[in-house]
Ligand binder design. Structure first.
Ligand code: ATP
Ligand code: MG
Length: 252
């Protein structure tokens, strides 16, 4: 990979970028994943490359929802596999969720490459690969609608990231609760999800794991209370207020 100077002020961001580029070179990240990543970088820059209070609130509600779920599934694409493979597996273990490969640009090679990464990261089982993706989501066309009948099709809660708005909306219409990690609070995914974590997956996955370990000890009623108090519209609007305030402060 490219040489990144140790003292570069935004070294972390460049290291992450290199991982996505490697994913493209190895063929498991679609070229479109580069564009999605660039859009994320821009928002992350504006958010100060830190997990802000509105994201913490959404992360706590997400953990409550995952712990209360009957059949939670973590949906994985190329960018997620490139950036947080071990964390996906660890979170799935903590909240007892299934892991499913779900690609916008589906190819058998890409699916298998992502399955391999997840297995090397400790996953016992990876759904949605090849013949397993035999069920379809209503209202979506072509390969974009294929899911596993043992996974997303029957899930009550789906955690996804860098997801397309049409697909998120289709899952919500099917009656599923959707947790979306998306740095763009204006995307259709961010707006239609049940819980939107406006943060970088690089930081939110470790936090989801940390809170899952803590909140597992809570009683069911306490988890339900956390969920009841949660208001996704308010969280989205506070992310936008944060942006506008931060920009006004910087521009003084
Ligand atoms: P939508 O289809 O929901 O209206 P979109 O078409 O603008 O959104 P997509 O390309 O479908 O966006 O999805 C990529 C989304 O993921 C973008 O909103 C981008 O900001 C976000 N994103 C990119 N990288 C990350 C990351 N590392 N962590 C969290 N979100 C990210
Ligand atoms: Mg889109």
């Amino acid at each position: 990979s490219a040489l990144i100077p140790e003292n570069h002020p935004r070294k972390e961001s460049l290291v992450i970028r290199e991982k996505i580029v490697e994913g493209v070179e190895e063929g498991y990240v679609a070229p479109q994943g580069l564009i999605a990543h660039g859009r994320g970088e821009c928002f992350d820059y504006l958010f100060g490359e830190k997990t802000q209070h509105f994201a913490i609130e959404a992360i706590r509600a997400s953990v409550a929802l995952l712990l209360l779920a009957k059949y939670p599934v973590i949906s994985v694409n190329g960018n997620m596999a490139a950036l947080v493979p071990r964390e996906i597996v660890e979170l799935a273990r903590e909240v007892n969720a299934k892991i499913e490969v779900n690609l916008f640009y589906r190819t058998p090679e890409r699916e298998r490459a992502i399955e391999k990464i997840l297995k090397e990261s400790g996953a016992q089982e990876v759904l949605g690969v090849g013949e397993d993706a035999s069920a379809t989501i209503p209202e979506l066309f072509s390969e974009r609608r294929r899911v596993s009948p043992r996974g997303i099709l029957i899930a009550d809660v789906v955690l996804l990231a860098l997801e397309d708005g049409d697909r998120t909306e289709a899952l919500v219409k099917m009656g599923k609760k959707v947790i979306a990690i998306d740095l763009n609070p204006l995307s259709r995914t961010a707006r239609s999800a049940s819980i939107t974590i406006v943060d970088n997956i690089i930081r939110s996955f470790p936090l989801l794991i940390k809170y899952a370990k803590e909140m597992k000890k809570l009683r069911k009623e306490e988890l339900e209370e956390t969920l009841k108090k949660y208001d996704n519209k308010a969280v989205l609007s506070s992310s936008l207020k944060f942006l506008s305030q931060r920009l006004s402060e910087i521009s003084l």
